[in-house]
Write a protein that binds this ligand. Structure first.
Ligand code: SF4
Length: 342
């Protein structure tokens, strides 16, 4: 049995062809599935026979919300959703002045093992399908009865390590017969898989790219982000430069400031050297402390000093201060115990 939720237009057309149904039936099925119905029986403009034939091989499943957790100070809600095989997936709703953003997960767990990350605790479990990524947004829209304006792929998982499903999701979510979300309103966050950054640029997806950088010094970056052993910082910057040229979009670098580890003047100066020719924005994040990890938040002085060095050298820089924003900017920190149930 195959879940219809997550199939593309081409997939559904193929089903229609195999069954000798006219093309408009494929269009009707696609529309019904992405209206968010729960059962094939709800496809009321399909003849009963087609519905029965569909039910022999297909069904509809969207992830179910099992828990909602509200952040104390900000208008931010974390959702725990259940996959068909009973895995718990996190998605976060953030209310901003400019609209509603949802941060989605792209994998159950994550195999990238970044030192500051809560999602990496249990390692990689499995890739999420395009339907499971989309399902997170549908569930939140249904729950809040609102339309999502922006999507950030910064929950658990490394989206570029799940490239095929990520691309299928991007095509699906931007389809005018599903959620019709502009690709310019979608941001993908990566820990720095350079080869896939080239592939994303060449795909023509045209989405925003955000890169978790966190340290400009190769040997030190390797210690907090093992992925850096495979993709050096210089290769990564080169890939980002390609991305900006190809897409004409600025790349954002996330930089979680950790006391004594990456927040000195020397680190700031090295960062300037790496980024000075690139069309980019550096997003400084006073990091959340993660239980069981030796991670301390930078002092106010260090944060200000770091910011000043970057801006004096004409690097566009912002500082994220609220918890809601830090969730947005710090993938994998969603389980860091900052929520209360509500
Ligand atoms: S920070 Fe992101 S890429 Fe790194 S382990 Fe966590 S979820 Fe994976």
């Amino acid at each position: 049995m195959i879940n219809l939720f997550g199939l593309s237009k081409a997939d559904i057309q193929k089903i229609a062809n195999e069954n000798n149904w006219p093309s408009y039936r494929a269009a009707q099925i696609f529309e019904w599935v992405y209206k968010g119905i729960d059962t094939i029986d709800e496809m009321s403009n399909l003849p009963g026979l087609i519905r029965e034939e569909l039910k022999n091989k297909y069904y509809i499943y969207q992830m179910q919300i099992i828990k909602k957790l509200r952040e104390n100070k900000t208008d931010t809600v974390k959702y725990l959703l259940k996959t068909e095989d009973n895995l718990q997936i996190e998605a976060v709703l953030m209310n901003y002045k400019h609209g509603i953003s949802v941060c989605i997960s792209t994998q159950a767990g994550c195999g990238m093992a970044c030192a500051f990350c809560a999602s990496a605790k249990d390692g990689m479990i499995r890739n999420l399908t395009a339907g499971e990524m989309l399902s997170q947004i549908y569930a939140i829209q249904k729950d809040t009865n609102t339309r999502v304006d922006n999507i950030v792929m910064m929950g658990s998982g490394e989206p570029l390590a799940n490239f095929e499903n990520t691309m299928a999701f991007l095509n699906l979510v931007s389809d005018e017969d599903t959620l019709n979300i502009s690709k310019r309103s979608i941001t993908l966050s990566t820990c720095g898989l350079s080869d896939k950054i080239y592939a994303l640029a060449d795909s023509g997806a045209g989405i925003n790219l955000s890169v978790s950088l966190h340290n400009p010094i190769q040997s030190q970056r390797e210690k907090i982000m093992p992925v850096a052993k495979k993709y050096s910082i210089d290769e990564l910057i080169k890939a980002c430069s390609y991305y900006t040229c190809k897409t004409k979009r600025r790349v954002t670098f996330e930089y979680a400031l950790i006391e004594g580890q990456n927040d000195t003047s020397y680190h700031a100066e090295q960062l300037v050297r790496k980024l000075k020719t690139l069309n980019c924005l550096v997003n400084l994040i006073p990091v959340n402390e993660v239980e069981g990890k030796e991670i301390k938040k930078s002092s106010e002085n260090n944060i200000k000093n770091f910011y000043d060095i970057l801006t004096k050298n004409n690097i566009n820089t912002t500082i994220r201060r609220t918890l809601g924003s830090s969730i947005n900017a710090a993938c994998g920190q969603l389980r860091a115990g900052i929520y209360k149930e509500g």
